[in-house]
Design a protein around this ligand. Structure first.
Ligand code: GDP
Ligand code: MG
Length: 162
């Protein structure tokens, strides 16, 4: 079986956009409305000659408490089933309570966790990622899933972790 990479994070941070970027096609559903990706969906992916299974996650309640619980479940499931966890946060929003709730769980795993600061659409916005160090997952990796900025470097980092 090929390695599994799970993409986790709050609604609307750009998980499905990143999954589509990695796949090179629009397979995962992207919408401005939170709550679109209801289930975990696995796609066959490949980078630098390495095949892997890419899991887009979702499924949350609209209220904040429900969201925190949902992301915690997501994180637990990812920890059990994934070989590499890609934790996506919105660099424009910064770390939220829900992000911190997920990180508490993710930090207990021995599996590699890549902290992705998404929506860094330009170099000027890279200064906004520094507060994400407070999550305690190491250096935030700035990308723009929408424009593809740094996505190749991120993929190198992900497959390196196999
Ligand atoms: P998900 O709920 O985490 O799967 O997030 P989506 O992939 O559905 O994206 C939510 C919204 O964020 C959509 O409007 C996307 O177009 C937007 N988005 C995703 N990635 C980026 C990015 O890198 N830059 C910007 N500016 N918007 C993004
Ligand atoms: Mg989604």
């Amino acid at each position: 079986p090929v390695p599994t990479v799970a993409v986790v994070g709050r609604p609307n941070v750009g998980k499905s956009t990143l999954v589509n970027r990695i796949l090179g096609r629009r397979a995962a559903v992207v919408q401005d409305e939170p709550g679109v990706t209801r289930d975990r969906v696995a796609y066959d992916a490949e980078w630098a000659g390495k095949e892997f299974s890419l899991v887009d996650t979702g499924g949350w309640d609209p209220d904040a408490e429900g969201m925190a619980r949902s992301i915690a479940l997501q994180a637990e499931l990812a920890m059990r089933t994934a070989d590499v966890i890609v934790f996506v946060v919105d660099s424009r929003v910064g770390p939220t309570d829900a992000d911190e709730a997920a990180v508490k769980i993710l930090r207990t795993t021995k599996k590699p966790v890549v902290l992705v600061a998404n929506k860094v659409d330009s170099e000027r916005q890279e200064s906004e990622i520094h507060e994400l160090w407070s999550l305690g997952l190491g250096e935030p990796f700035p990308i723009s899933a929408l424009h593809g900025r740094n996505s190749g470097d991120l993929l190198d980092k992900i497959v390196w972790a196999f």
